[in-house]
Design a protein. Structure first.
Length: 490
């Protein structure tokens, strides 16, 4: 969720519609009031204020102060309309006319922030604060810049300053709550967003932020309730649909997740990450071809989006097209040398093709980038076991299970390591645990059957082997590639 400081105007603004080209004509009666104060006998629109300010600026005889105010206010409208480059031109003109205008400096800093030019943004906000040490907007904007740079403690200090200047500033509590959430200070963040909602019960961003806090606290029902409120207050907030969809996806409610992702795309069809998110849901429900179409769209919108290549690689892998999957994984890594998905997928492909050493190398890259990736340890465990490096394999499976003790697939992998090591009793214990969690894992059933046969329990072994073959008729051939075969006659 973006922080929302925003620009300041020389007077209240009532903005209703988007901009068109500014009119260039002689000043009309009422233009000064409309430009300087946004006061008009008729409905005030962004377009109307832009036109009025443009006529004021074009009319000779205005004082430098009047022109500076007109440029600042027109710039603020451009900023609200999502045109920061035009806004910067106007704020710069205002500053040239009035170098002591803290308001124009603060507004230009916000425009630079929206362009992610954080050095220039920070310089402008600090200049504004030096000129006017009690300028709330300056601290709000500087706090937003610092938060964008990951400097959360400094950002919180700026928002603290605003709450001291104005204990009733909803934007200060909102933004401080976001900074605290991003820094992991969840109880304090929750306190701030509760205060924001107390001050402004109809602010959708507050419910969105509080919902994300509840989500991080594993209070899923409260998070969903807040996302619902945020959507009721602002049905056009695509970010809220994404966050709600993420919860639905984790709950396995793929129909609702897909519906929310589709709504988000309708609201922001040119935002590539939305197609990436929906593609992941489509993969989850076994529709890789549809997922690939979403990843194609994401890459048309942003050809350098490494995550889309990595996810499309996984989708191609699910269709069995390993050549395209490998090409996409390689593309992801080329674009982003820290692509977890790219290395993980390439490792999976190498594993499937029998290049176990290459797979180990890729999984090791993933672990070096994210030492808490339990799945990477599991994958490397299995690849090492296929190479016959059973001691290192066991160490990796143990590390994975230390992070996720009830992961059925890792229990299956460790069972395989024990089976390869000639420890059927330990293998059976792991396969039992895996099958208790997921009763239809064909490799666990087959492995347990082989282990039971090694211990002389041929009746139970036959039952397990038959169950594995019923689930996967090709299981004997697949397990033979992993050096595990059923005893003759079973």
């Amino acid at each position: 969720m973006p922080l929302i400081p925003g620009p300041s105007f020389a007077g209240p603004l009532l903005a209703c519609v988007f901009l068109s080209a500014a009119a260039q004509a002689q000043e009309k009666p009422g233009d000064a009031d409309l430009c300087y104060k946004s006061v008009s006998a008729t409905a005030v629109t962004m377009e109307g204020v832009i036109a009025a300010c443009s006529r004021v600026i074009a009319t000779p005889g205005k004082s430098q102060g009047e022109l500076a105010t007109a440029h600042n206010n027109r710039g603020a409208i451009y900023l609200h309309a999502g045109q920061p480059a035009k806004a910067i031109e106007d704020f710069s003109a205002a500053i040239a006319l009035d170098p002591g205008s803290a308001m124009a400096l603060g507004n230009r800093g916000e425009a630079y922030r929206l362009q992610r030019d954080y050095d220039k943004a920070l310089a402008d906000e600090e200049a504004a604060i030096r000129l006017e040490p009690k300028l709330q907007m300056g601290y709000l904007n500087r706090g937003a810049i610092r938060a964008a740079l990951g400097q959360y403690k400094l950002a919180i200090a700026d928002f603290d300053e605003v709450t001291q200047l104005d204990p009733y500033s909803a934007p200060a509590y909102l933004n401080r709550g976001e900074a605290r959430r991003l820094s992991g200070e969840l109880p304090q963040a929750l306190e701030d967003q509760n205060k924001t909602i107390e001050l402004d019960p109809k602010l959708p961003e507050a419910y969105l932020s509080r919902g994300l806090i509840y989500q991080a606290m594993n209070r899923t029902d409260d998070a969903l309730a807040d996302f619902d409120r945020a959507i009721r207050l602002n049905p056009d907030s695509f970010a809220t649909y994404i966050d709600r969809a993420n919860i639905y996806r984790r709950q396995g409610d793929y129909a609702r997740a897909l519906a929310d992702q589709t709504t988000a795309i309708k609201l922001a069809p040119d935002f590539p990450l939305l197609y990436l998110n929906r593609g992941q849901v489509l993969r989850d429900i076994g529709r890789p071809a549809d997922a690939i179409r979403d990843y194609d769209t994401a890459l048309r919108l942003d050809p350098k989006l490494a995550a889309a290549y990595a996810d499309r690689a996984a989708a191609y892998g699910a269709t069995g097209d390993l050549d395209k999957a490998l090409a996409d994984a390689e593309a992801a890594i080329a674009l982003d040398p820290a692509s977890l998905g790219g290395y993980a997928m390439r490792g999976n492909i190498r594993n499937m093709r029998g290049d176990y050493a290459g797979a180990v190398e890729d999984y090791s890259h993933v672990i070096s980038l994210n030492p808490r990736d339990a799945m990477a340890y599991n994958n490397r465990c299995f690849a090492l076991a296929l190479l016959g490096d059973l001691d290192r394999a066991l160490a990796d499976c143990d590390k994975s299970l230390a992070m996720q003790p009830e992961d059925a697939m890792t229990l299956d992998s460790r069972g395989y390591v024990h089976l390869r090591a000639g420890q059927p009793d330990l293998a059976i214990a792991d396969y039992d645990a895996a099958l208790k969690l997921e009763p239809r894992i064909d490799t666990s059933l087959f492995g347990r059957g082989v282990a039971l046969a090694a211990l002389g329990d041929k009746a139970r072994a036959a039952t397990d082997l038959a169950a594995a073959r019923a689930i996967n008729p090709a299981i004997d051939r697949e397990m033979a590639k992993a050096h595990v075969t059923a005893p003759q006659g079973l």
